[in-house]
Design a protein around this ligand. Structure first.
Ligand SMILES: Cc1ncc(C[n+]2csc(CCOP(=O)(O)OP(=O)(O)O)c2C)c(N)n1
Ligand SMILES: [Mg+2]
Length: 387
C-alpha cells in the first residue's frame, strides 16, 4: 500500500533516469515490492508514487551527510576498542535509511530514536560528541532533547514508539501542524509497546510516522523469528498504510519519509515505513556476528552499499569532482580528530550525581540509597588512608 507523494512532479533532469513501472521492483518470487529511486549500480529510476528531483547541491549534501556519519561511527567503534567507550552500537550500512529519513524532517517535527540513530542525530544538529557521553558512561543522555527536537536514545526496545505516539497525540490536541518520527528495529516490532502504539496512533489519528529499520537482525535473531509477513504489511491490520522502501537508497528513504510526514502533518494519521536494509557490523561492540551469520551475507550487502551507489551517481553524472571528494575526506578526518579529543577530555561525573533527577521533588528511598552509597565510597577513602 502506498500514498501519493506530495512532491511535485518535475521533468527529468537527466536522461539517465528510467521508469520502474514496466520493470517493477516486484520480483517473480514472493519478494514484496520495494520503493527504489537509486539502484545499487547508481542509476536513477522513477517510482509512480514517489517523485523527487534533488538539485546537485542536495545530492552532494546527502552524500556528505552519509560519509561524515560513517566516519564518525567508525571512530566511535575504534574508541571503544581502545577502551575509551564502554560500548558502541554501530550504524554501518544504515546511513541511507537514517540520512534520507532525517533530511525529510522539518525543524519543528519531533524525533524519538533508538540507540543507533547517529545519522538522524546528525541531521537534527546534535553534535556527534554529545552522543558519546552515555557510551563512555559519564552521563545518562548528553543533550537537551528540546533543543533539537530529538529525544534521548532509548535502550528499552520499542518503548519510544509509545512516547512518540503520546507526543503526537499531544501535537494533534494542540492543533500544531508538525509531525513525529519514531524509529524502531525489526526486533522491536515484536514488542507489545509497538503494537499498542500502532493501535493508539490509528484510533486517535496521531500525526506519527513509524520508521522501522529492518536491518534483518535483532542481535542474533533473524527477522524470520519476528514475523510471518513483511513488516510493512502489519500496518494494514491497524488501519493505516505501510510501505517498504529500499533502506540503502537515500533518495527513496527521503521521498517516502517526506510523503509520510506530510501526510501526518495534514491530519491523515500515522504511516509505517519499513526501510529494508542490513546491519553491516556487529549488533554492538559486545557482539560477535560470525557466531550466527555467514560472511557471504555481508559480502552480498556490500554490493548494495548506500554510500557507494550515490558516489557512482555523482561521478557518472559529473556532479562531483575529485576536489569535492578530497575535501570531504579531509573534513571527515577533522571530524574524527575532534570526536577523539572530545571523548578523551570528558570529565568523570560526580559519583553522587547518580541520584539526581530521579524524582522532581526527591524521595525518601533515594535519600536512603544516596546515604548508603556515600558511606560505601567513604569506606574506600578510609581503607586507602590506612595503607
Ligand atoms: C525491552 C527490551 N528487551 C530486550 C532488550 C535487549 N536488546 C537490546 S537490542 C535488542 C535487539 C533489537 O533489535 P532491533 O529492534 O532489530 O534493533 P537493531 O539493534 O537491529 O537496530 C535486544 C533484544 C532491550 N534492550 N529491551
Ligand atoms: Mg534489527
Amino acid at each position: 500500500m502506498t500514498v501519493e507523494s506530495t512532491a511535485a512532479r518535475k521533468p527529468r533532469r537527466s536522461g539517465a533516469k528510467r521508469s520502474t513501472s514496466a520493470r517493477s521492483t516486484k520480483k517473480q518470487s514472493a519478494e514484496p515490492e520495494l520503493v527504489q529511486l537509486l539502484t545499487p549500480e547508481g542509476e536513477r529510476v522513477e517510482h509512480p508514487d514517489y517523485a523527487i528531483d534533488p538539485t546537485p547541491d542536495e545530492l552532494r549534501g546527502l552524500y556528505r551527510d552519509m560519509v561524515l556519519t560513517r566516519r564518525f561511527d567508525a571512530e566511535a567503534t575504534t574508541l571503544q576498542r581502545q577502551g575509551e567507550l564502554g560500548l558502541w552500537a554501530s550504524l554501518l550500512g544504515q546511513e541511507a535509511a537514517q540520512i534520507g529519513s532525517g533530511r525529510a524532517l522539518h525543524d519543528d517535527d519531533y524525533v524519538f530514536p533508538t540507540y543507533r540513530e547517529h545519522g538522524v542525530a546528525w541531521c537534527r544538529g546534535v553534535d556527534p560528541t554529545n552522543l558519546l557521553g552515555m557510551f563512555r558512561g559519564v552521563n545518562h543522555g548528553g543533550w537537551d532533547p528540546n533543543s533539537n527536537n530529538f529525544h534521548l536514545y532509548t535502550i528499552v526496545i520499542g518503548s519510544q514508539t509509545l512516547h512518540a505516539t503520546g507526543y503526537a497525540m499531544g501535537v494533534a490536541k494542540d492543533g500544531a501542524d508538525s509531525a513525529v518520527l519514531a524509529y524502531f528495529g525489526d526486533g522491536a516490532s515484536s514488542q507489545g509497546d509497538v503494537a499498542e502504539s500502532f493501535t493508539y496512533s490509528a484510533v486517535y489519528n496521531a500525526p506519527v510516522v513509524f520508521f522501522c529499520q529492518n536491518n534483518q537482525w535483532a542481535i542474533s535473531e533473524p527477522t524470520e523469528k519476528q514475523t510471518r509477513v513483511p513488516l510493512y504489511q502489519r500496518a494494514q491490520g491497524y488501519g493505516f498504510p505501510g510501505v517498504r522502501v529500499d533502506g540503502n537508497d537515500v533518495l527513496a528513504c527521503l521521498a517516502v519519509t517526506k510523503a509520510a510526514l506530510e501526510r501526518a502533518r495534514t491530519g491523515q494519521g500515522p504511516m509505517l515505513v519499513e526501510a529494508f536494509t542490513y546491519r553491516m557490523g556487529a549488533h554492538t561492540t559486545s557482539d560477535d556476528p560470525t557466531r550466527y551469520r555467514s560472511s557471504e551475507e555481508r559480502e552480498l550487502w556490500e554490493t548494495k552499499d548506500p554510500i557507494l551507489r550515490l558516489r557512482t551517481l555523482l561521478t557518472n553524472e559529473k556532479l562531483a569532482d575529485d576536489a569535492f571528494f578530497d575535501a570531504l575526506e579531509q573534513e571527515s578526518d577533522a571530524l574524527a580528530k575532534r570526536v577523539r579529543e572530545a571523548v578523551r577530555s570528558m570529565p568523570d561525573p560526580d559519583d553522587m550525581a547518580l541520584f539526581e533527577h530521579t524524582y522532581a521533588d526527591g524521595h525518601a528511598l533515594v535519600d536512603e540509597e544516596r546515604a548508603q552509597f556515600a558511606a560505601y565510597q567513604a569506606s574506600f577513602e578510609t581503607a586507602e588512608e590506612g595503607i
